[in-house]
Design a protein around this ligand. Structure first.
Ligand code: CP
Ligand code: NVA
Length: 304
């Protein structure tokens, strides 16, 4: 069987994704009940981080520990990658030593090149364009709290960034309606938008967008690599804060999510982070369970 990668949500079929979410829920219950599942014994995950991380690093490392495997943290500061060794060479070498690789980097092309030369599965742990692992956790969290997301209305408020692009892919794969509320000039990927135009639309007014929403999601105004634009972005996004007033316009059962880290007082109010409709802590925890399901799927398929 050829190697499967997870560079975007489109690398798995909708049925595979739905089963993976169910498996994540199962693995969570197994972990909580203390049941061991040493499926990665003797296996190694290589973790390349060219950007900072708390959740992604800890969830992958802890997940490998639960599975009885090992993980190696690789930063450009102390590997030859940071000194310009070609991606193609690094992929061929690393994939002869480790069993699976995750990469957090800038250009999406980097991870596409790496995967083309890798003999083992490659996981996108965030690029400038996509953050599919976060979507697995978000979908698991919605399912746990409210059941299937199929046919629901999801509202993205803020920057049309890597998370927003992944929500567009999720709208297709999990079959929901997505309304993106962003200021002019901060739209998500135009190609994705036009491809998914039957289920994704833009509504400039965040309060109008929130009407009847089942899930409201936001993210920081300036992503990693955009630190220099912080001040300019604060102005552009001033009307795009998700707070209790906005949530009051959504469906009574609406949930609030944020991939974190959050900037309270910017894209989200401090009160909303801890309000009862906020599920951000479950969402963060589910990175662990969803990625364990992903590791298992990419290494062993659905038979385990
Ligand atoms: N949400 C997320 O990916 O968090 P980290 O940047 O801390 O990994
Ligand atoms: N959009 C954010 C997500 C961080 C998890 C970033 O890329 O920095």
């Amino acid at each position: 069987m050829s190697v499967r990668h997870f560079l975007t949500l489109l690398d798995l079929s909708p049925a595979e994704l739905n089963r993976l979410i169910q498996r994540a829920i199962e693995l969570k219950a197994m972990h909580r009940s203390g049941k061991r599942h040493d499926i990665m014994r003797g296996k190694t995950l290589g973790m390349i981080f060219e950007k900072s991380s708390t959740r992604t690093r800890v969830s992958f490392e802890a997940g490998m520990t639960h599975f009885g495997g090992a993980s190696i943290f690789l930063s450009p500061r102390d590997t030859q990658l940071g000194r310009g060794e070609p991606i193609e060479d690094s992929a061929r070498v690393l994939s002869r030593m480790v069993d699976i690789v995750m990469i957090r980097t800038f250009a999406h092309q980097t991870i596409e090149t790496f995967s083309a030369y890798s003999a083992v599965p490659v996981i996108n742990a965030l690029t400038d364009d996509f953050h599919p692992c976060q979507l697995l956790a978000d979908m698991q969290t919605y399912v746990e709290h409210r059941g299937s997301i199929q046919g629901k209305k999801v509202v993205w408020v803020g920057d049309g960034n890597n998370m927003c692009n992944s929500y567009i892919n999720a709208a297709r794969q999990f079959d929901f309606e997505l309304v993106v509320s962003c200021p002019e000039g901060f739209e998500p990927n135009a190609e994705l938008l036009s491809r998914e135009s039957s289920r994704v639309s833009i509504e400039r007014d965040p309060l109008a967008a929130a009407h009847n929403a089942h899930l409201v999601v936001t993210d920081v105004w300036a992503s990693m690599g955009q630190e220099d634009e912080q001040k300019q972005r604060e102005k552009a996004f001033a009307n795009y804060q998700v707070n209790n007033q906005l949530m009051a316009l959504a469906d009574k059962q609406a949930l609030f999510m944020h991939c974190l880290p959050a900037h309270r007082g910017e894209e989200v109010s401090a009160e909303l982070m801890d309000a009862k409709d906020s599920v951000v802590w479950d969402e963060a925890e589910n990175r662990l369970h969803a990625q364990k399901a992903l590791l298992e799927f990419l290494m062993f398929g659905e038979q385990h």
